[in-house]
Ligand binder design. Structure first.
Ligand code: MG
Length: 270
């Protein structure tokens, strides 16, 4: 066996040892440690997956106003901050500060995240989104937003059209956990759709995890996650870890400083 082959084969072990060392010494994790650069097939072409909401769906945004949304508290960066975030959800946060124009809502950079007024457990969420036609920035800085399931678990929104970044952080990824099976992204400035089927995590009375959350995602009509296990709330720093939370929680949308737009958002509780 060549030296290079030996090193490559032992990379997972090395990663594990480094992670364990960091965890044991309770050191701050560099955020790069949870960025997986294994490439994803990006040869899929799609036409999108749009249309009217089913008659039994709850319309979360029909293009008229943000009456079903409010301002959200700032998000957590690591797993230990999740309880603080859940606590912050208890207080009223005021009207959603994003712009609505021509049937479309758009992030007002710097105004903060928004979330639904209603909470949800298991659901099918349909959402259409668009990143700016004019390319500004690269990698994570290009058309970044996110759909936060129960405000905790992010399905990444990003302009991933010929825009390399770590694949477990590209559009459709369960951010910093699982890359999409393929890159079904459309070019910037074109509407894209997510259909997200979410099964919430269960905790017992003592807060112990009984069942993790699972998610299935269809991006522009293409299956990109199939009943994928979620490892815990999305964290930028360090490994994800479950923290007990209420059964019903709001859906959040991220202000990551980019002009990302959304339309036709509906949900069906399962
Ligand atoms: Mg994001």
């Amino acid at each position: 066996m060549t030296k290079i082959k030996f090193i490559l084969l032992n990379l997972p072990l090395l990663f594990f040892l480094i992670s364990t060392a960091f965890a044991q010494q309770n050191m701050e994790w560099p955020h790069e440690l949870t960025e997986d650069w294994t490439p994803v097939d990006d040869s899929v072409s799609t036409t999108g997956y749009f249309g009217q909401a089913p008659s039994d769906a709850i319309m979360l945004f029909d293009g008229s106003d943000l009456s079903n949304w409010e301002a959200a508290p700032g998000y957590f960066i690591n797993a230990e901050q999740v309880p603080e975030y859940l606590e912050a959800l208890q207080t009223h946060h005021g009207p959603a500060p994003w712009k609505v124009e021509d049937g479309v809502m758009t992030v007002v950079p710097g105004s903060g995240n928004i979330m639904t007024k209603m909470g949800f457990t298991d659901f099918h969420l349909h959402i259409e989104w668009k990143t700016p036609e004019e390319i500004d920035g690269e990698g994570q800085g290009r058309g970044n937003s996110g759909v936060f399931l129960q405000g905790l678990y992010e399905i990444q929104v990003l302009d991933s059209w010929q825009n390399p970044t770590y694949p477990n952080g590209q559009a459709g990824s369960i951010y910093k956990q699982t890359a999409p099976m393929v890159n079904a992204s459309r070019p910037p400035g074109e509407w894209q759709s997510y259909d997200i089927f979410f099964e919430a995590a269960y905790f017992d009375d003592t807060g112990k995890l009984i069942k993790p959350a699972y998610v299935t995602v269809i991006h522009n009509g293409v299956l990109i996650h199939h009943k994928q296990k979620i490892k815990g709330p999305t964290t930028f720093i360090g490994p994800p870890k479950y923290k007990p939370h209420p059964r019903k929680l709001p859906i959040g949308l991220q202000d990551h400083g980019d002009y990302v737009s959304f339309r036709n958002i509906w949900i069906r509780e399962l």
